[in-house]
Design a protein around this ligand. Structure first.
Ligand SMILES: [Mg+2]
Length: 197
């Protein structure tokens, strides 16, 4: 299947549409969480009151990172091109929706997305669960065979696989450690831009 024939594109945000700024171990230290465990899942294991407090702290810590974000090379060009081909574009992030919308604004990418198609950790069960992908496809009345999930981390690709959509590993370092979960690997979103006919 040619990627460019697909009309429904779902992106991870941090480190995929933007240059990576998250230091997840620093976040774990700030929150007092164990290293080596995914943050959202570690928080969920805490008693409800503490979990709620930790999530508020995480929202604030990640909000501070928004100022440091910038669009990844090729992101704006690819999104513009897909929009001009009337593709549906969505974002599925383990960040909060509020932070995601602020990041898109800060990076100059917000015009490409309907805010309703930006799903964060409070809207759906976070990746690697496929709920967010299936929710977006449901709202677009789209079939999994016409969709692709793109991301820089294992959870993005696992969510894509679990949903049954095509997956693209995006790794500016070119190492693609999760290539076994990906149908395509690109070092830059610019590789996906077709350019003018
Ligand atoms: Mg990411």
């Amino acid at each position: 299947m040619d990627l460019r024939a697909l009309r429904h594109w779902i992106f991870d945000l941090d480190g995929t549409l933007t240059l990576a700024v998250h230091d997840f171990d620093a976040l774990r230290r700030d929150l007092g969480l164990p290293l080596g465990q995914p943050i959202l899942e570690a928080v969920a294991e805490r008693p409800p009151d503490e979990a709620q407090r930790l999530m508020r702290e995480l929202d604030l810590l990640e909000a501070r990172l928004v100022e440091e974000t910038s669009a990844a090379p090729g992101a704006s060009e690819l999104l513009g091109e897909l929009a001009s081909r009337s593709c549906r574009l969505g974002i599925l992030t383990r960040n909060s929706r509020e932070n995601a919308l602020a990041t898109l604004e800060h990076c100059g990418l917000s015009a490409h997305f309907d805010a309703a198609d930006v799903l964060g950790r409070d809207e759906v069960q976070p990746k690697p669960h496929p709920a967010g992908i299936l929710t977006l496809l449901g709202s677009w009345s789209a079939d999994t065979s016409a969709a692709v999930m793109l991301g820089d981390f294992r959870y993005d690709l696992e969510a894509g696989r679990a949903a049954g959509v095509m997956t693209v590993s995006v790794d500016p370092g070119g190492a693609h450690p999760f290539a076994s979960l990906a149908d395509h690997c690109v070092d830059s979103l610019a590789e996906l831009v077709i350019g003018p006919p």
